[in-house]
Ligand binder design. Structure first.
Ligand SMILES: [Zn+2]
Length: 455
């Protein structure tokens, strides 16, 4: 039987070229809508010397300049507060009284913006898409999903709509309530799936025996869903989680309701599969994170910052929004599940990028290489920064938790081996400082990659 990767039945019968035509048909319509309904977008088109009807293809779209980065969104929100007494920005395209749901990111950097703002129509459309995507991880009617994230007005909350669309029951508890309470709820509700950040999933492996006197494997989950940070893209983390929980761990993602993707049921990680090309063009539009010049995303292995343009959105459609996520794109058929569309691996945030001796280095690349030394290391590490990124005066300092079985006498040799691997793979010569296992604080939300020594 052919797999139904896409929600809309006709898409499952289309070739990738036909899918692109389908996207392009929606694209011009969405852009016209944005131009007519939002003064922000009208101004951006005018500044670019373009009209929505000039943009008929994805290639035309790639030629448009970036319309928005995070700071523009903040400014747009301030302007709409001043002018119209609401925080949704001058890029809001629907009447403000039509807003049905709003959500913001966890606000780790700067003033939060309400990037996840939807009308009823939006959430009906996106909820079905989110649900379909989670069904690819096997979730369906009757599944109980413990859902541990920062809840309330936060972005992850919208995934609950997807779960309900499937007839699954979310058991949503704010991750900030503390791990003891989270574990108690697992014990009380007997879920079939767990959804949380990869670092929390990792942390629960240690905590469960202490709190419940059993192992996470005893939960007999059908699957674990992770999002919010780079986790199972690192092979050692995927292996560690899957062997502890005794089930498949999936990675899912949809920044601002765009770029919807999920990893597949495979031993090896093959990236976020772009299973909702009818939602946005995010996988088809990349730029260099520094120069913001277009990078060819049809090129297998291309690395760039993703640029979001929504295809069917009423409240806050993204148009040429560079949200800061740097990805690597794969265009070949997935060797495991046969998915023919694009796949993306998250590399890092554009503002996390380091420049060491003129070379672009993503912290995750360092983490990836260090984690490969598990069990000689725990996989937990920090990059110590003395000054704001991106420029780092070498040597870059890396703090690494050594493994439980490693003695003081083993450290110089381990340090040499890790340094050699880092030099070999990404051409950096680090200064390594070892700390004891468990010494680096773990967070129930996002675990930071940097230790900042500057104000
Ligand atoms: Zn696959």
């Amino acid at each position: 039987m052919e797999k139904k990767f896409y929600l809309v039945p006709e898409l499952n019968k289309m070739s990738q070229e036909e899918i692109r035509k389908y996207q392009e048909k929606k694209l011009t319509r969405q852009l016209k809508y944005c131009y007519t309904t939002s003064e922000f977008y009208r101004q951006k088109f005018d500044e670019a010397g373009a009209k929505p009807e000039d943009i008929q293809t994805i290639n035309d779209l790639r030629k448009l300049p970036i319309f928005m980065v995070k700071d523009d969104e903040r400014k747009s929100a301030q302007d709409s507060l001043k002018k119209y007494d609401h925080p949704f920005g001058l890029h809001l395209c629907a009447p403000v009284e039509e807003i049905y749901l709003t959500g913001t990111t966890s606000g780790t950097t700067g003033t939060p913006t309400f990037s996840y703002t939807f009308t009823k129509g939006d959430i009906d459309f996106i909820g079905r898409q989110l649900g379909h995507r989670l069904s690819l991880a096997g979730i369906g009617k009757g599944d109980r999903v413990v859902f541990f994230f920062a809840l309330g007005i936060y972005a992850t909350t919208m995934t609950l709509w997807g779960l309900r669309e499937l007839g699954a029951l979310p058991i949503d508890i704010d991750a900030r309530s503390g791990t003891d309470l989270l574990l108690q709820f697992i014990e009380l509700t007997r879920p079939t799936y767990l959804a949380c950040t990869p670092s929390l999933a990792e942390f629960l492996i240690e905590k469960t025996p202490q709190v419940l006197n059993k192992d996470v494997g005893d939960f007999k989950l059908k699957g674990v869903l992770t999002t919010g940070e780079i986790g199972i893209a690192i092979p050692e983390i995927k292996k560690k989680l899957e062997s502890a929980y005794g089930c498949r761990v999936y990675d899912y993602w949809s920044p601002c309701g765009n770029a919807m993707g999920i990893s597949c049921d495979s031993e090896e990680y093959h990236g976020l599969h772009a299973v909702a090309p009818d939602v946005c063009t995010s996988y088809d539009d990349l730029v260099d994170p520094i120069t913001k010049k277009s990078v060819d995303s049809d090129d297998d292995g291309a690395i760039g910052e993703m640029v979001h343009t929504s295809l069917e959105r009423e409240a806050c459609p993204a148009v040429k929004y560079a949200y800061g996520d740097v990805v690597q794109i794969f265009t070949k058929e997935c060797p495991s599940c046969g998915f023919k569309g694009k796949r993306a691996k998250l590399i890092g945030r554009a503002d996390d990028m380091l420049i060491i001796k003129g070379v672009n280095v993503y912290p995750t690349a360092i983490k990836d290489i260090v984690a490969a030394f598990t069990p000689d290391v725990t996989g937990e590490m920090r990059i110590v920064l003395d000054a704001p990124p991106p420029r780092v005066v070498p040597p870059v300092r890396v703090k690494i938790e050594h493994g439980k079985e490693i003695g003081q006498g083993d450290l110089p040799g381990l340090s040499k081996r890790i340094s050699a691997a880092l030099h070999d793979k990404i051409k950096i010569r680090p200064e390594i400082v070892f700390v004891k296992p468990g010494e680096l604080p773990k967070e129930t939300r996002k675990t930071p990659i940097f230790e900042k020594k500057y104000e």
